[in-house]
Design a protein around this ligand. Structure first.
Ligand code: ADP
Length: 158
């Protein structure tokens, strides 16, 4: 079923993100994971580092590519000629913001549809911010991030 874009800041990628990527890649022929700058969040990892981490964790998934884009998601989707955006939903708390974004994006471009994937309950507590918080206090993030990126994240905090 065609192509989709899974956008996010991925600062850094977590097991929750990877779960959404794996499940989404089974539904679509082609999935583009797009790293976007989030003006509301000060990033710890550069865009290049975030792309590198995502490439490492998705290297076994043939139909997944990783790219970055500095700008409006809707412009990127248009440029790539992809009209499906996939977002992950963790909890009711994600809903209000994601709902607003989906409606704004539809206003900007009615061709583009947003689909929501419900989190795996195993990872519903997980976010990039939690990973950064635990790592910054010297906690173990082994259970929270894919093994391929563990060292790269820890190195930032040692
Ligand atoms: P975060 O909120 O962790 O900083 P991003 O801004 O990178 O994450 O989010 C990218 C997308 O991944 C969003 O659609 C977000 O809702 C989703 N997502 C993040 N963590 C999870 C998770 N644990 N389970 C399901 N979806 C998630």
């Amino acid at each position: 079923m065609g192509m989709a874009i899974y956008p996010g800041s991925f600062d850094p990628v977590t097991k929750g993100h990877l779960d959404i990527i794996e499940r989404t890649s089974k539904i679509f022929d082609q999935l583009i994971v797009a790293v976007l700058e989030n003006p509301r969040k000060q990033a710890v990892f550069t865009i290049e580092e975030r792309v590198e981490m995502l490439k490492r964790v998705t290297s076994g998934l043939e139909n997944v590519t990783v790219e970055y884009f500095r700008g409006l998601l809707i412009e990127y989707a248009k440029q790539k000629k992809v009209n499906i955006i996939v977002k992950g939903l963790r909890a009711i708390s994600d809903f209000e913001f994601e709902f607003q974004m989906a409606l704004v994006n539809r206003k900007l471009n009615p061709q583009i549809e947003t689909l929501f994937m419900v989190t795996n309950s195993k990872y519903s507590y997980l976010s990039s911010s939690i990973v950064k918080e635990v790592a910054s206090f010297g906690g173990d993030i082994k259970e929270l991030v894919p093994p391929e990126v563990y060292d790269m994240i820890m190195a930032r905090y040692s």
